[in-house]
Design a protein around this ligand. Sequence first.
Ligand SMILES: Nc1nc2c(ncn2[C@@H]2O[C@H](COP(=O)(O)OP(=O)(O)OP(=O)(O)O)[C@@H](O)[C@H]2O)c(=O)[nH]1
Ligand SMILES: [Mg+2]
Length: 513
Amino acid sequence: MSAELTVQEKRNEVRLVAVMGQTGAGKSSFINSILGREVAPISNTIFSCTNIVDQFVYEPREGLTVALVDTPGFNYLGGDDTKTDEDIFQMIAEFLESKKLCPNNELSNTVVVTTHWDQVYFDQYKLQEAEENERLLRSDGYPKLFQDAGARFLRTGHFNNDVPQRLEIRYQSPAAVVESLLDLELNRLENHEVQNKTNRQTKTNLAQDIVQATLNQRMDSINKTVQDLRSEFSSRRKVQEDPQKPPTKIPEGQQDQSSTSVLSSELLEVQAKLNYQGPTPTHRDPKTSGLAIEFELLKQGLNGHMDSIRKSVERSQAQSSTQLKTWKDSQKSLMAMQREELRNVCSEVLKAKEMLQFLGTELKTELKTSRKERDELSIEQLTLRARERELLLSWKIQELQDENARLVQQFDATQSAQTKAAEAETRIMREAVIKSANLVRQLEERCRLEQEAQEASSLKKKLADRDSLILSLEAELKRKDDELARLQLAQTPVRRKESRNFPSTQNLGKGRD
Ligand SMILES: Nc1nc2c(ncn2[C@@H]2O[C@H](COP(=O)(O)OP(=O)(O)OP(=O)(O)O)[C@@H](O)[C@H]2O)c(=O)[nH]1
Ligand SMILES: [Mg+2]
C-alpha cells in the first residue's frame, strides 16, 4: 500500500481479511455466514475440510471490496494427505505473495474470534466452563500477547444468523466481526498521520515478540526432548553397565597414575630444595660444615628412598596400564555387545516401521473401503430417502383423496341443505306471494268498498239534492196546485176539462216514492 494515497483513495481499495485458526474451528462457516450462502465448503467429519487457500469477495459498502481468505486449519488432518502447520503457513504466505501483499504485523488489526458459543450459551454450567477456558486462554501464550497488544476478543456462534439482541456486545455475528475489523483498519488509516512512531514500533515489537515466543516455545520443547532423551539414555546405560566396573569410578591404574604424578612432582620439589647448596664452599661458615655432611647423608638416604618410591610407582603404573588395558578391552567388548544390541533394536525398529507402513497401507485401504462403503451407504440413504419421500407423497395423496372425498360429502350435504333452504325459501315466497295477493285483493276490496262508499255518499248527496229538488218541485207543485186550485175555483168548467189531462197532486207524490 503506497504511503502517498489519501484516506479516501485507501477506502476504495480492496481489503483483505485472512481467516486463520484450528481445523474445524468454523473458519469456512464464518465466511459463509457473512456472504449469506455456502461458498466455502464445510464439513463436520474429523478430517480437515478446506485444503487450499481461497478467497471470496464481497462489497459491504460502496467503494469498499473485501476479500475474505479461507485457509486450511492448523493441526490439519487430511484423509489422504498430510500438512504440517509450517506447510499451512507456507501456503498462506505464498497466497499473500501472489496478491503482492505481506502480512500486516500490527496486532491491533487482529480480532481473536472464538466460535461455537451457541452450543454453550443457553446452558449455565457449560457457559461458565467455556468462559473459564477462555479466561485461561487469554492469560497465557499468544492470546495474551494479542490481548496485551490491544487485539479484541469476540465470540460468535450459529445464533440463527443474527445474534440475539439480549446477548452482550462480546457476542457478534461474523459480518459484524469483519465490519468492526474494517472500521478498526479505516480508523487506523485515518489516524495514520498522528500516530507516533514509538507506538508503531511497540506494536511491531510485539509482533516480533510473538515470533520470538514461538521460537522460544519450540526451543523449550526441543530442549526438553533432548533432556528426556539424555536421561533415558543414561538410565539405559546404567542398566547395561558392568556393575563390577562402574565407569564413573576412576580405574585403579589411573588413580595410581595421578597419585604417582603428584608424588613425583613433590619429590622433584624436595630434590630442588635439596640440590640447593647455598653460597659457594669458599664462603661457607665452618660451623655449618658438620651439618652439611649430615645433610648430605640425609640427602643420599632420601634419594635411595625416592628411587624405591619411583620403582614402586613404575610398578604400579605398569600394573594400572594392564588393568586399564583389561578395562578398555572389557569396555570394547561391552560396546560391541551394545552395538550388536543396537543393531538388533534398529532392525526391530525397521521391522516395526515396515509393520507400521504395512498397517498404514492397510488402514488406508480400509479407509478407502470404508469411504466407498460410506459412499454406497449415502447412495443407499439417498435411495431410501427418495423412497421415503415417495411413500410420504403417496400417503399425502391418499390423505388428499380422503380429504377430497370428505369435502365432496360436505359439499353434497351443503348442496342438499342449500336445496332444502331454496325449497323452503320458494315455499315461503310462494306463501308470501299468496299472502300479498290476498292483501292486494283485500286492498282492492277495500278500495272498491271505499269507492262504493264514495259512490254511495255521492249518490246520497245526489239523492239529497234530488230530495231537495223534489221538495222544491213539490213546493213548486203545491204552489202550482194551489194556484191551479185557485184557478179551478175561478174557472170551474175549465178545471173539469183539465182534470181529465193532468193527475192530481196527490197521485203525483205517490208515483215519485
Ligand atoms: N454450533 C456451531 N457449529 C459451528 C460453528 N462454527 C462452525 N460450526 C460447525 O463446525 C463444523 C466445521 O466447520 P467448518 O466451517 O468446516 O470449519 P473450518 O474451520 O473451515 O474447518 P477446516 O476447513 O477443516 O479447517 C461444521 O459442521 C460447522 O457447521 C459455530 O459457531 N457453532
Ligand atoms: Mg474450512
